[in-house]
Design a protein around this ligand. Sequence first.
Ligand SMILES: Nc1ncnc2c1ncn2[C@@H]1O[C@H](COP(=O)(O)OP(=O)(O)O)[C@@H](O)[C@H]1O
Ligand SMILES: [Mg+2]
Length: 250
Amino acid sequence: MNEKGGCGKTTLTVNIGAYLASQGKKVLLVDMDPQGHIGKSLGINVRSIDISIFDVLLEDDIFLSDAIYETTTPNLDVVPTNKRLTDFVINVSKHNDRHLKLKNSFVGLDYDFVFIDAPPSLGLISINILMAINEVIIPVSLSFLALDGCAEMLDTIKTVKRNFDKKDLVISRVIATFYRETKLANKILEKLQHHFGDKLCKTILKFDVKIDQGQSFGKTIFEYSPYSAGAKMLEDIAIEVLKYDGRSSW
Ligand SMILES: Nc1ncnc2c1ncn2[C@@H]1O[C@H](COP(=O)(O)OP(=O)(O)O)[C@@H](O)[C@H]1O
Ligand SMILES: [Mg+2]
């Protein structure tokens, strides 16, 4: 999550998930961004999907398991979404459990990891995500606005922890993205290091056009260009995510 768009949320979700899947973990990706970029990055035509996360959240007799699609990467499944999710907020506005719709849909799942891709805004969808999870991963492109988005995230997380008594919610990793050697980028990196210490991934996701190209072909970086710099950085980041030591079950 980061309320700033274009800081690498979807790219990281897809490729961290794909790497862990390649290592034998069973991984589910859930797209909670109405832009539908998770499905699009994986070559799924999100306009024509029968059942999306929207239907799961709205209908009592449609379950998350009904909306799961296999991907071309073994062990990697996805719950795609599309623009219909935009109507979610208005449709549930009168429901008392409107902030718990996603959490309540997580029943009977058999996965080692579930990664949820978030929209670039902090509203009811993001609250639903925060209520359903225990770890937040924040990508920060090394720009002023992404740093600001990160600060907003910290506030939101604090509010959710306090207002909903969600004590188990932690930021497990902060990932610096789109690094270019400039004074401002280095200053932001220093700030992140100071604030997050060990939670800041040592691997920085630098620019590699192969990442963007892969997505345009509906492929993970490991399918599209497994020996590229992008694949190596995303693999290293995934390993750091896996090694987060505050996770009790691993
Ligand atoms: N390290 C990178 N190098 C090159 N392009 C990247 C990199 N990371 C992301 N991109 C591209 O930048 C765009 C925005 O990234 P994305 O993951 O969609 O951000 P967000 O989900 O935060 O909006 C996408 O087109 C993606 O392919
Ligand atoms: Mg995205």
